[in-house]
Design a protein around this ligand. Structure first.
Ligand code: HSE
Length: 403
C-alpha cells in the first residue's frame, strides 16, 4: 500500500483527490498495488467534501508519518511550497508537483535533494497541464540534441486571445471567462504578463539543455498590449496572435529564451491551437520537429498529469528514474536582442514617414482604422535595428512574426 498526502486543496489538489478516487481500480492496477489518499493539508476545512475527514492543518503530521511515501504539492508559489517540499524530500518521501514557479526557481536544488535521499521529484503537470511533455522530452527524445522549443504554454492567455479573435470580446471580458473556468492563476497577473509561460519555458529549457535557466534570465512580455486592432491587422494578412515561449540553442551552445506575443501564419499548426489548449513543438537533430498538444490548464487535465507521476513514483520506489539538470549561470543564456525576425508594427505617423523608415514594407489595412494609424510587416531584422527605424514614430505595438 502506498499512502499519499495532498498539500493544497484548491483546483488542482481537489482534482487529484477526485481522480485518485474515481479511477482507483485502474490506478491500483497501473501502480502494481493500492494507492490511497491519507491526508489533505490546507489552512481551510472542507466540511461538505467527501474528503473532509482527511484534512489536517499541520504539515508535521505528514512529515512524521512513515506510512506516507508520496507527497503531492499543489499549493503553488515558492514559499510554503518550498519549505514543505524540502522537508518532505528530506524525510525520504517522493514529491509530485504541478508547481511551475517552484520548479523554475528551485528545480536544480530540489532534484539534487531528491537524488541524495533516493526519492523522486516529479513535475509532469508543471508544463502544459495534461499534455505529456516532461517525460517525452526527458526520455523519448533523449537521443537528440534539442535545437529549439517553441510553444503556447499558457491556457489563460490563449483562451483570452481566442475569444478576442473569434468573438471580438474585450480583454477584460475574456479574462473573466478564463477565471470562471478555473484556468487562471490565483493572481492572473502571472498569466497575462507572461510570467507563467516564462516559468514553463525555463523548465523545458533546463530539461532540454541540461543547465538551470532561471526566469530572471528570460525576457518576458505578456499579452496586455495586444488590442482588437492588432487582432484585426493580423487577420488581414492571414495570421493569428499567439503568446509564445521560445528557447533556441545557438551555435555557441548558449540558449536564447524569451516569451512574447507573435504573429503566427494561419497555416502553422500553432495558429490552430485555440481556447485553453497548449501546444509545444520540439526540434531535435535526429527527430526533426515533433508537436505535443492538449489541454494546458484546468482541474482534471492537470490532475491527470499529477496522478500519472504518483503512479510512476509508486512503481519506481526501489529503482528511481532520475531527472536532472546542472546548476545555471550567466554563461548559459544569450540575449534575444541578436535574434532576427520579421516584425509586425502598429504606429501613428504619416505614410511618408512609414515608407521612409521601412522602404518596400507591406502595409496592412483594417476596417474603421483611425486617421494616422499604420500597420505593417517588416523584413527580417533585430530588435535594435527595428527600434532605430521606429525612432520618431508613435509605436503602439511591435510583435515578432514567427518564421
Ligand atoms: N494559469 C495556468 C494557465 C494554469 O493558464 O496555463 C496551468 O499552468
Amino acid at each position: 500500500m502506498v499512502n499519499v498526502a495532498i498539500l493544497g486543496f484548491g483546483v488542482v489538489g481537489s482534482g487529484v483527490a477526485e481522480v485518485l478516487f474515481t479511477n482507483e481500480t485502474h490506478i491500483d492496477r497501473k501502480a502494481g498495488g493500492p494507492i490511497r489518499l491519507k491526508y489533505i493539508l490546507d489552512v481551510r476545512d472542507f466540511p461538505d467534501s467527501p474528503f473532509a475527514g482527511k484534512v489536517v492543518h499541520d504539515f508535521s503530521v505528514i512529515e512524521n508519518d512513515p506510512e506516507v511515501s508520496i507527497v503531492v504539492e499543489t499549493i503553488g508559489g515558492a514559499r510554503a511550497a518550498l519549505d514543505f517540499t524540502r522537508r518532505a524530500l528530506a524525510a525520504g518521501k517522493s514529491v509530485v508537483t504541478s508547481n511551475k514557479e517552484l520548479v523554475a526557481e528551485h528545480g536544480c536544488e530540489l532534484l539534487k535533494l531528491a537524488a541524495e535521499k533516493g526519492v523522486s521529484y516529479l513535475f509532469e503537470a508543471s508544463v502544459g497541464g495534461g499534455i505529456p511533455i516532461i517525460r517525452p522530452l526527458n526520455q523519448c527524445l533523449a537521443a537528440n540534441e534539442i535545437e529549439e522549443i517553441c510553444g503556447i504554454l499558457n491556457g489563460t492567455t490563449n483562451y483570452i486571445l481566442t475569444r478576442m479573435i473569434r468573438a471580438g470580446l474585450s480583454f477584460d471580458a475574456a479574462l473573466k471567462e478564463a477565471q470562471a473556468n478555473g484556468y487562471a492563476e490565483a493572481d492572473p497577473t502571472a498569466d497575462i504578463e507572461g510570467h507563467d509561460a516564462c516559468r514553463k519555458i525555463c523548465i523545458l529549457a533546463s530539461l532540454a539543455f541540461g543547465r538551470h535557466i532561471y526566469p530572471r534570465q528570460v525576457p518576458t512580455e505578456g499579452i496586455v498590449a495586444v488590442t482588437l486592432a492588432d487582432v484585426a491587422y493580423a487577420d488581414s494578412c492571414g495570421k493569428k496572435i499567439k503568446l509564445l515561449g521560445r528557447a533556441i540553442r545557438q551555435d555557441d551552445g548558449k540558449v536564447c529564451a524569451y516569451v512574447a506575443p507573435h504573429l503566427v501564419d494561419g497555416g502553422d499548426p500553432l495558429a490552430g491551437v485555440e481556447d485553453v489548449f497548449n501546444a509545444i513543438t520540439v526540434k531535435g537533430n535526429a527527430i526533426g520537429e515533433v508537436m505535443f498538444y492538449g489541454r494546458g490548464a484546468g482541474k482534471l487535465p492537470t490532475a491527470s498529469a499529477v496522478v500519472a507521476d504518483v503512479i510512476d513514483a509508486a512503481r519506481h520506489r526501489d529503482e528511481k528514474k532520475r531527472v536532472f539538470w546542472a546548476e545555471g549561470g550567466e554563461d548559459v543564456t544569450a540575449s534575444s536582442a541578436g535574434l532576427e525576425s520579421a516584425w509586425y508594427v502598429r504606429a501613428e505617423g504619416t505614410a511618408e514617414g512609414i515608407r521612409a523608415a521601412f522602404p518596400g514594407c507591406t502595409l496592412l489595412a483594417r476596417a474603421d482604422a483611425p486617421e494616422g494609424e499604420f500597420a505593417l510587416l517588416t523584413g527580417s531584422m533585430t530588435r535594435s535595428t527595428l527600434d532605430a527605424r521606429l525612432a520618431g514614430l508613435a509605436v503602439r505595438s511591435a510583435f515578432r512574426v514567427l518564421d
